[in-house]
Design a protein around this ligand. Structure first.
Ligand SMILES: Cc1ncc(COP(=O)(O)O)c(C=O)c1O
Length: 400
């Protein structure tokens, strides 16, 4: 069975993790800082903070930006739950604007039209690896005193173009429009640490704060300790001493995971190059199918700069004369896995119950959901695998 996504693990990765296992540190050792530095360089950001998931990175982004009760955070409904849940974790109200039908990312026009005065942040999700319209989203947000949190979980290693800077590429994570960017290293993403995530920003104060929050809110720098009366039981401050000055979490990534991350990072460009080849092959092979829309990009050049985490085709199942379940079942029988990414988050029962969201709130996202089907896309797909997927998909039409 060819799954819709999977990790690519080489002998080098295994050797790197084994070496870490033989070292003095399984966690909290030197590989964390090394991974953070290499990653920051790779994406062009000043600071990187490694955490044990992108969900944790999104949560910390909310915390360091001071988002909380009474604030609204807007995101795209076509995303994984975590993009919106992070706002709820800090007591803010997650809200949604619609997608633009070309890139299937947050539509700035819908964002601006639905803007509410209590909106303090936009979580800009780079669906499938394609950057959302960051310059426009940031213009709208900043003019209203809000910040942009990039959810580049699909976009590790990806870059994009803008209308105002023709010929130039900007990196996800290293651009002037997102105030903080978060990345995921879950196995189906473009590189992996097992579970894992990264928060990047150019703001030192936010990076420092995120580091404190990822480890229980603990402070070890004597210069930051609370001044106490000499008679206080905690007045003696030796080498063991630390203070918890605010409520934090255990969001630490381990050295074992950072060893894997450092090793994967070296091959990230190769991984993405192969993803682009597979996407180009699918696009060519499906171009003539009237019932299938291949993924489109905002700028043609984005097809060659996107990290292509997902290949999501939009299928007109009515025109095809088959339900999505029938197509998925038939593909599975041919050894081809597929997945529906994503169920619009605002329509999840918890969101309907908690915030009163209902069908019709984001019509284009809801229509996209009806048609979406993600096909196998990962670097180790061979040309024969790709040909097999193409044949299995095309034959859906032939059989109808
Ligand atoms: C768009 C998006 N945001 C956030 C997340 C959360 O990432 P993680 O699984 O690393 O917590 C994911 C993971 O699937 C995602 O796809």
């Amino acid at each position: 069975m060819l799954p819709y996504g999977r990790q690519t693990i080489h002998e080098d990765d295994i050797a790197a993790v084994v070496a870490a296992l033989r070292s003095d540190f399984l966690t909290q050792g030197p590989l964390i800082e090394e991974f953070e530095q290499r990653f920051a360089e790779k994406v062009g950001a000043k600071y990187a903070v490694a955490v044990n998931s992108a969900t944790a990175a999104l949560h910390l982004a909310m915390r360091v930006a001071g988002i909380g009760p009474g604030d609204r955070v807007v995101t795209s409904p076509i995303t994984f739950l975590a993009s919106a849940n992070a706002a709820a974790y800090v007591g803010a109200t997650p809200d949604f604007a619609d997608i633009d039908p070309v890139s299937c990312t947050l539509d700035p026009v819908s964002l601006e039209k639905n803007w509410k005065p209590d909106t303090r942040a936009v979580v800009a999700v780079d669906y499938a690896g394609q950057a959302c319209d960051l310059p426009e989203i940031s213009r709208i947000a900043r003019a209203r005193g809000a910040i942009v949190i990039g959810d580049a979980c699909h976009g590790v290693g990806g870059a994009f173009h803008t209308a105002s800077t023709p010929g130039k590429t900007w990196k996800l994570g290293g651009n002037p429009w997102a105030d903080i960017t978060t990345f995921s290293f879950h196995p189906v993403k473009t590189m992996t640490t097992g579970e894992g995530g990264m928060l990047v920003t150019d703001r030192k104060d936010w990076a420092d704060h995120a580091r404190i929050l990822r480890s229980h809110g603990i402070v070890r720098d004597p210069a930051s300790f609370t001044a106490l009366d000499a008679a206080d039981p905690l007045a003696e401050k030796g080498p063991w001493f630390y203070e918890m000055q605010e409520l934090g979490y255990n969001y630490r990534l381990t050295d074992l995971q950072c060893a894997l991350g450092l090793s994967q990072l070296k091959r990230l460009d190769d991984f993405i190059a192969r993803r682009r080849e597979v996407v180009a092959a699918y696009n060519r092979a499906f171009a003539d199918l009237s019932w299938l829309r291949t993924p489109t990009t905002r700028f043609p050049a984005d097809a060659d700069s996107s990290s292509w985490h997902l290949y999501t085709a939009q299928i007109d199942f009515a025109a095809l004369g088959k339900t999505r379940v029938e197509v998925m079942t038939s593909l599975r029988a041919a050894g081809v896995g597929s997945q529906v990414l994503y169920i619009p988050v605002h329509l999840q029962p918890w969101y309907r119950r908690t915030y009163g969201y209902a069908p019709g709130k984001c019509p284009l996202a809801e229509k996209f959901y009806q048609r979406a089907l993600s096909l196998p896309l990962y670097p180790t797909l061979s040309n024969a695998d790709v040909a097999h997927v193409i044949q299995a998909v095309r034959s859906q039409g032939a059989a109808s």
